[in-house]
Design a binder for this molecule. Structure first.
Ligand SMILES: Nc1ncnc2c1ncn2[C@@H]1O[C@H](COP(=O)(O)O)[C@@H](O)[C@H]1OP(=O)(O)O
Ligand SMILES: [Mg+2]
Ligand SMILES: [Mg+2]
Ligand SMILES: [Mg+2]
Length: 306
């Protein structure tokens, strides 16, 4: 069934059911009601759901794609985990797509997968469940080229079968959501709700937006850009990591947007990179708007993150 499918499509089509299943693991932990929270650092938490979803994703992907490098947020907890799920499921709609020519011949050792099993952990622990996403980002050499963003609690207040999965591939497009037009008469920003600093606020103020939406998670904020709810995501702080931005960057770029650090430089997603996003995040729904936001941010803010 998948013999003649290029590796990159096969990998994305496998990441979708894996991300969906990780979302179920996250829901199950919440249903049981005991999160077993560990504090990794200041404003940096890990729950049972982060750990179990990480192990599930890492084990499932490495069984199926043994020569791919997988780097996950919660990799080093050393716990035993039994994966009872045969990871030979594929999302058929991905397998049917035409692979962009430049990605047809990619092999496993060129790929690094950046996994954030639960993005928006602070919000998850506070019951802000729509902020939670599962992020699986696929980099070829150092570039983020594909991403899967699963939002397990999307629509949970309205329906029982909640959740949705968005994915994108550079040169092909983005799928799984309705891209509405951005408002043309006002400027709407999105930024952190749980990791704000004086500098984060200074950067927001320098843009003089009409509205600022403060929500959790890098995945969730990029969804606001994809859906035409916010024009730009501005986070002038260290704190996020490559697994927070790889999938969002790839899906956004496939949809015509752009994600860089606050000086306009791309992060490298090479397997040997330092994984800290030291220079913050500036993402825009439209790549042609990116330069304007970049110019609005004062040099003093850019310099102080370097
Ligand atoms: N200071 C920080 N320490 C740890 N993680 C951070 C920090 N700042 C941001 N992050 C990660 O980046 C995501 C986006 O940031 P924010 O929600 O503040 O805008 C967070 O959900 C968190 O990911 P995670 O929840 O996976 O640990
Ligand atoms: Mg975390
Ligand atoms: Mg995260
Ligand atoms: Mg996380």
């Amino acid at each position: 069934m998948t013999q003649n499918v290029p590796l990159i499509l096969k990998l994305i089509s496998s990441c979708i059911p894996i991300a969906n299943r990780a979302g179920k693991i996250i829901q199950d932990v919440m249903k049981k009601g005991e999160l077993h929270i560990v504090e990794k650092g200041v404003q940096d938490f890990q729950t049972e759901a982060d750990r179990l979803a990480q192990q599930f994703i890492s084990i499932s992907l490495s069984r199926q794609f043994p020569c791919i490098t997988i780097i996950g947020e919660e990799d080093d907890n050393g716990e035993e985990f039994h994966v009872d799920f045969e990871t030979n499921e594929y999302d058929q709609s991905v397998l049917e797509k035409k692979c962009p020519d430049e990605l047809k011949d990619i092999v496993e050792n060129q790929i690094t997968v950046w996994v954030d099993p639960l993005d928006g952990t602070s919000e998850y622990t506070q019951g802000l469940l729509e902020h939670v996403t599962v992020l699986i980002g696929i980099a070829v050499n150092k570039k983020a080229v594909a991403g899967v963003i699963h939002q397990p609690y999307y629509g949970y207040k309205e329906r029982n079968d909640c959740g949705r999965t968005i994915w994108g591939l550079s040169g092909l497009g983005s799928f799984g959501y309705i891209p509405n037009d951005l408002p043309s008469d006002r400027c709407i920003l999105t930024t952190t709700r749980s990791h704000s600093t004086g500098l984060v606020q200074e950067a927001i103020d320098s843009i003089k937006a009409d509205e600022v939406i403060r929500v959790g998670g890098a995945g969730h904020k990029v969804l606001l850009l994809l859906e035409g709810i916010a024009h730009a995501y501005v986070f002038a702080s260290k704190g996020s990591k490559r697994w927070d931005t790889c999938a969002p960057e790839a899906v956004l770029q496939a949809a015509g947007g752009l994600l860089t650090d606050i000086s306009g430089n791309f992060y490298s997603y090479d397997k040997n990179t330092n994984y800290q996003n030291t220079n913050g995040v500036l993402a825009t729904a439209k790549k042609e708007d990116h330069c304007r936001y970049l110019n609005l941010l004062p040099d003093s803010i850019k310099q102080s993150l370097k």
